[in-house]
Design a protein around this ligand. Structure first.
Ligand code: F6P
Length: 281
């Protein structure tokens, strides 16, 4: 095992991106089963999950695979653990909006906190297929064509400009303190909410601002999953000089006890995430 393993994981994800993108076009029908988080799977979720499991576990330094689509961690010997959301934003597929793929590479067996992350990446299936990787303190954005990456932004830093915001959950379901914060932010930033976390986070990395899927009155643990959504995105945003928070502390410090654990997610520039934490009781 070495840090080369992290780069090998990124290579496998990039190589699979054209196939996953094709599946988003060809496999839009629903499966009969729900995934372990209780969400309806589309055929592209299942296809992408099988493909990534098979290819990621063939990397010598990878021993364990967890995904949104699986009840259990799949182990195949010693090595790092990868946690994957094969198709993030799959409810966007029917309406032909953006979707993504997310991966985190952990140096511990899962569940593990984000402090065990060695690297993280996401692919965004927009008009272009792009990939953002974070490893050893450097965040890089590439365009992916035929499975190969060409760097378009080296050393990505979240802009400190005014930027955009996108907050998930229905407004009547927001706790009063979060709603008061949202009312302030809507006076300052431009609303952009896409329904796929990867699309929304990529806008924040491009323009600055804040994305949140906060704790809800009906679901204090919120919606997004810690291992393959909150942690990798928190790691990428923090590596890009921004901040992540569960409302109280860095998402990366949240103890993990379940592979499908959920966590309130707030990521963005230091200024906005500091203000968010101060606004929450
Ligand atoms: O995986 C969950 C997800 O699709 C995220 O990508 C996205 O941020 C969120 O759910 C959207 O949820 P909602 O449909 O409640 O806005």
């Amino acid at each position: 095992m070495s840090d080369r393993t992290v780069e090998e994981v990124f290579e496998v994800i990039a190589a699979a991106a054209p196939e996953i993108r094709a599946a988003l076009v060809e496999r839009v029908g629903f499966e009969s089963e729900e995934n372990p988080s209780g969400e309806q799977q589309i055929a592209a979720d299942v296809h992408a999950d099988r493909l990534l499991e098979e290819r990621l576990l063939t990397i010598d330094g990878v021993g364990h695979y967890a995904s949104e689509e699986r009840d259990h961690v799949i182990s195949d010997g010693e090595g790092y653990s990868v946690a994957v959301d094969p198709v993030d934003g799959s409810s966007n597929v029917e309406s032909n909006n953006a979707a993504g793929t997310i991966v985190g590479v952990y140096d511990a067996e899962l569940p593990a906190s984000g402090e065990h992350l060695l690297g993280a990446a996401y692919v965004l299936y927009g008009p272009r297929t792009t990939m953002v990787t974070a490893h050893e303190g450097t965040v890089t954005e590439s365009v992916v064509e035929n499975g190969d990456r060409t760097t378009v932004r080296d050393d990505v830093r979240i802009p400190e400009d005014d930027g955009v915001y996108g907050f998930g959950g229905r407004v009547p379901d927001w706790p009063a303190d979060f709603e008061a914060f949202a009312r302030e932010i809507e006076q300052e930033l431009k609303l952009r909410y896409s329904g796929a976390m990867i699309g929304d986070v990529n806008q924040v990395l491009t323009y600055g601002g804040i994305f949140a899927y906060p704790a809800l009155r009906s679901a204090p643990e919120s919606k997004l999953r810690l291992l393959y959504e909150g942690n990798p995105i928190g790691y990428i945003v923090e590596s890009a000089n921004g901040r992540s928070s569960d409302g109280d502390r860095s998402i990366l410090s949240v103890p993990a006890d379940d592979i499908h654990q959920r966590v309130p997610v707030h990521v963005g520039t230091t200024e906005y995430v500091d203000r968010l934490e101060a606004a929450l009781d």
